[in-house]
Write a protein of this length. Structure first.
Length: 301
């Protein structure tokens, strides 16, 4: 097969692994920077061009679109879909998961465990917003933040009021969530392909840090997940419409709660922690499914 990987950096671990494995399995692999693509959109013969040449003959695409280029990246991916190219994650599913508030609303509709979350627009709503999530300590998140950036733990009510008021004053969209103290600065990352969790790891934040992101000094280790955690991760990915996802869970006193559903999960940490060949599992899934005419996911919220 001729497979495109939509990635802005061919030297990234995840991109390199997918290319290596694809070539080993006999496929023609191409790394394509979405920002260097441009499109011809018409009813007769839509096309995508890259460096002056049309991109033709592709059987499948693996989107690894960064959050900062979601709008343009999903537009390019939609064009591939229009041309009949199979995508392991469709554009509508990626857009759905990238909108953090919409994602939580969809998960809540499916009765999937979540931290209590509040969202407001006016400073006059702040006192009730804080009470809504159980008071301080609480977590304040920028809706556009990634890798733990734009996430604040407010340990007192006064601090929470000040931070929320400051963000609203800057006209920045935020959400407020209950602080899951019992998680102890750790989360569970489940790697979902299709309808299976193929690997899971525990990420532990460094001492004094409530965020567990590896980019912020956290560590990763192999962990065994419960049947409820496995079911929650699979249901969360399915709700987003994603066939490839990293589902981040916290272990709370009332069961697993979903913090995020990532449509472009990295492979380095999970492969090292689990000692599993995740890249091969992704390519194998594409081999089995690319020939099947895809059923487009519906916008459900």
């Amino acid at each position: 097969m001729k497979i495109a990987i939509l990635s802005r950096d061919k030297t990234m671990y995840s991109t390199k692994r997918l290319v290596e494995v694809g070539i080993e399995r006999g496929h023609e692999m191409h790394v394509i920077d979405v920002l260097k693509c441009y499109m011809n959109i018409n009813s007769r013969a839509s096309s995508i061009h890259f460096d002056g040449e049309p991109l033709i003959g592709f059987d499948a695409v693996i989107p690894r679109i960064g959050a900062s280029v979601t709008f343009y990246g999903t537009a390019v991916l939609r064009q591939f879909e229009t041309m009949g190219v199979y995508s392991i994650n469709e554009s509508v599913a990626i857009s759905r998961s990238r909108d953090k508030l919409r994602a939580l609303q969809l998960l809540a509709r499916k009765n999937i465990g979540l931290p209590i979350t509040g969202f407001a627009n006016k400073p006059s709503d702040i006192p009730d917003l804080i009470d809504m999530v159980g008071g301080a300590p609480l977590v304040i998140k920028l809706l556009e933040g990634t890798q733990g950036i734009g996430v604040v733990l407010a340990e007192t009510r006064t601090a929470a009021e000040s931070v929320i008021e400051a963000f609203l004053g800057l006209h920045v969209n935020i959400m407020v969530q209950e602080y899951i103290k019992e998680a102890g600065g750790a989360d569970i990352r489940c790697f979902v392909i299709g309808d299976k969790v193929i690997a899971a790891m525990k990420r532990q934040g460094k001492e004094g840090e409530f965020r567990s992101n590896l980019h912020r000094g956290g560590t990763a280790s192999l962990t065994r997940i419960t049947p409820e955690e496995r079911s929650t991760a699979i249901r969360a990915a399915k709700t987003m419409g994603l066939k490839l996802a990293g589902v981040y869970l916290l272990r709370s006193m009332h069961g697993p709660v979903v913090m995020e559903v990532n449509s472009s999960p990295g492979l380095e940490g999970i492969e090292a922690a689990s000692n599993k060949d995740i890249a091969s599992a992704i390519i194998e899934f594409i081999e089995k499914n690319a020939a099947i005419k895809p059923i487009r996911t519906q916008s459900n919220g």
